[in-house]
Design a protein around this ligand. Structure first.
Ligand code: FPP
Length: 255
């Protein structure tokens, strides 16, 4: 995909895509590079990244996506400079404080995945408030992956299964794919159809490893702060051209 095809013409109405994925995961990458390429501090890229996140949520609602999972802070992001971590925490708090009412008005249901015990109590409270306030909403489900790592999530699920086996509640031979899925933090959420990563990097970085078994991947050559509705539609258009076989054979075999 070319950079040009992901750019928007500000005046043109965006056409609705013909095929809309139910669940889209987004790896919001390139904030730092966006900023340093403009001789700005990296945290400025994260600030602009929040604006792109707002555009992304609005666009996802407009095109009819049902689940949007955003990778906001990974388990590995703690290795960043302390000032950058502090700013990312501050931005999450601002997002939860000031965007929550609007998300609720828009019938968005917020769900949070990731380890919470090591977060500060004010962030834990805000995350819980966002989930509680929007619990009954029926529109887009916004899954916020914060302090999230897929390997850690899988390890925790395996621990719970092992505990059930030891306690005699479960037989080892009863462990199957569905049981593991139901013990992940994403239980009840359909697997992502499409995973978008911005910035041109092509890897999963510990994001939804189990859930992405049959996801389609679209890597956009733009930095996250430049993400907009046109970029989302470009990614969905590419997704719509893919032949998803889930290990089977194509319904419309080519020549
Ligand atoms: C990756 O860019 C982005 C992140 C680690 C954080 C994503 C955060 C936001 C989009 C804004 C904050 C939103 C919330 C809700 C907290 P990078 O810093 O790795 O960029 P680089 O690869 O160019 O250095």
């Amino acid at each position: 995909m070319s950079l040009r095809s992901a750019k928007s013409d500000a005046n043109a109405p965006e056409p609705a895509p013909a095929v809309v994925p139910v669940h889209v995961g987004v790896i919001m990458d390139g904030n730092g590079r966006w900023a340093t390429s403009r001789k700005l501090p990296r945290v400025e890229g994260h600030r602009r990244g929040v604006e792109a996140l707002r555009r992304c949520v609005r666009a996802a609602r407009e095109v009819g996506i049902r689940y949007l999972t955003i990778y906001s802070f990974s388990s590995e992001n703690w290795s960043r400079p302390v000032g950058e971590i502090t700013e990312l925490m501050r931005l999450l708090k601002l997002f939860l404080r000031y965007d929550l009412a609007e998300l609720n008005r828009a019938n968005v249901k917020v769900r949070v995945i990731g380890e919470r015990a090591s977060l500060s109590s004010d962030i834990r409270d805000l995350l819980a408030e966002a989930e509680n306030l929007t619990r009954a909403n029926t529109g887009l489900t916004l899954v916020v992956a914060f302090n999230y790592g897929s390997r850690q999530e899988i390890a925790a699920a395996v621990t719970r299964i092992a505990q059930d086996v030891v306690a005699g509640r479960l037989k080892p031979q009863d462990v199957d794919v569905e049981m593991i899925s139901q013990r992940l933090e994403t239980a009840g959420i359909p697997d992502p159809d499409l995973i978008i990563r911005t910035s041109g990097e092509q890897r999963l970085s510990n994001f939804l490893l189990w859930q992405a078994a049959y996801s389609e991947f679209v890597f956009l050559p733009i930095y996250w702060p430049d993400f907009d509705k046109a970029a989302l539609i470009a990614a969905i258009d590419e997704y719509a051209r893919r032949d998803r076989r889930f290990g089977g054979v194509s319904a419309c075999p080519g020549p």
